[in-house]
Write a protein that binds this ligand. Structure first.
Ligand code: SF4
Length: 396
């Protein structure tokens, strides 16, 4: 239960996080700015994984985009360093995007040319018209269709950018080929999504996007972040399990687990430098896989490889990659691996008051602020800074 003072604290904490993230993006632009406009994609890659219970090849073209508008507006997600791999807000001509697709799909190897899925990413949202005009996206798809025989097109986007008219036009242009939208969901806990991740959409917006896709016979993958900042291992395990359970009700094509890595110019990096964040360990991942194996769910769960992250500061070991491959390729679980009891449940339930207090304490350390707490709870109510206030309980 969050009181009015609690709401005030959430807004204040959100402002602090966004200020830090905007600063990270500014530093990134000062130190990492790439040449503006380019007709070549960042890179392309062929990946084999088990989709639809079969080994399938996916060819991914990573476009050099203008940059995520959410990052531009609010600083963006606390773990995401992709801003550094974009034009960081610098406008790009439509013709550049069209050239990127032409170049990205030229000189393909036989295996690349036979890939079942074609994925296009722009390190942002392809359905956000401030990043890419919609008519340019349609033109890109027409070019892709003329150069590649893919059966399914995967586009990354934000759920809040999905509209009936856009999906309807995409499906029409794809004809017999299937449309899959990959959308960040991150966490089923609104406070974690808001403050630990700085993601700004509601559960309703996500559900609406899924409904729109379903009504056009298109499908969706939801991305869930594994171990976002400010959570203990046990809390992070509960978050992953709860998010899978929540998403399992939506009949998605797949749930992609994205492991938090230490990426340059992010709040996660700042916390890591102060010893306030550690990337998920092998033991953590074993516990997570064990929890997933024991969970009754019908949606396929896939763990995304971490190597796509730009400028990884704390590189996951080969052991971690092996573990991920085991799940994704359906090889079974490695030794030593034990089905563990869900021991995280005892200590993993999140206390909103404690979480907001912890976040502010960590932010104080990151910002070098002396005070260690501005939020107290007296008789079950929030009060700010030792000033006793008559708080009214809200329904938030
Ligand atoms: S995770 Fe997606 S929405 Fe968040 S900042 Fe990165 S590109 Fe933008």
């Amino acid at each position: 239960m969050i009181t009015n003072i609690g709401v005030f604290e959430i807004l204040r904490t959100r402002d602090r996080i966004r200020k830090i993230m905007k600063n990270c993006r500014k530093n990134s632009a000062e130190q990492k700015r790439l040449p503006v406009a380019s007709d070549a994609p960042l890179f392309r890659e062929l990946r084999i994984a088990h989709f639809d219970q079969k080994p399938r090849a996916r060819l991914t073209v990573f476009l050099r985009g203008k940059g995520c508008s959410w990052a531009e507006k609010t600083g963006g997600c606390t773990f995401c360093g992709f801003w550094s791999a974009t034009n960081m807000g610098g406008v790009m001509a439509s013709e550049d995007f069209l050239e990127q697709i032409r170049n990205g799909l030229s000189n393909l190897s036989v295996r690349e040319a036979e890939a079942w899925e074609l994925a296009i990413y722009n390190d942002g949202s392809l359905l956000d018209e401030s990043e890419l005009p919609f008519h340019t996206l349609i033109e890109m798809i027409q070019i892709a269709k003329s150069l590649h025989g893919f059966r399914r097109l995967v586009l990354e986007c934000k759920a809040s950018d999905v509209s009936d008219s856009k999906v309807s036009r995409l499906v029409k242009h794809l004809g017999e080929r299937e449309l899959l939208l990959a959308m960040g969901y991150e966490s089923s806990n609104p406070l974690v999504r808001d403050l630990c991740i700085n993601k700004g959409f509601t559960e309703g917006a996500f559900n609406r996007a899924i409904e729109i896709l379903r009504s056009h016979n298109a499908i969706a993958t939801a991305l869930v972040i594994v171990k976002p900042p400010f959570l203990t291992d046990d809390e992070a395990l509960v978050e992953v399990v709860s998010s899978i359970q929540q998403l399992d009700k939506l009949g998605l094509h797949r749930i992609d687990l994205e492991i938090t890595t230490i990426q340059e110019f992010t709040l996660v990096e700042l916390l890591w430098k102060k010893g306030l964040f550690q990337a998920p360990s092998r033991v953590f991942l074993e516990r997570m896989l064990s929890a997933i194996v024991q969970l009754a769910h019908r949606t396929t769960v896939f763990v995304s490889p971490t190597k796509y992250s730009p400028e990884l500061l704390d590189k996951p070991t080969d052991e971690v990659h092996d573990l991920i491959d085991c799940l994704n390729l359906g090889k079974g679980l490695p030794e030593p691996f034990y089905i563990r009891p869900p021991d995280y449940l005892a200590n993993g339930s999140l206390n909103d008051v404690e979480l907001i207090r912890r976040i502010n304490e960590y932010l104080n350390i990151v910002e070098g602020v002396k005070s260690t707490s501005s939020l107290f709870r007296i008789n079950g109510h929030f009060v700010a800074d030792q000033v006793s206030l008559d708080v009214k309980v809200s329904n938030s």
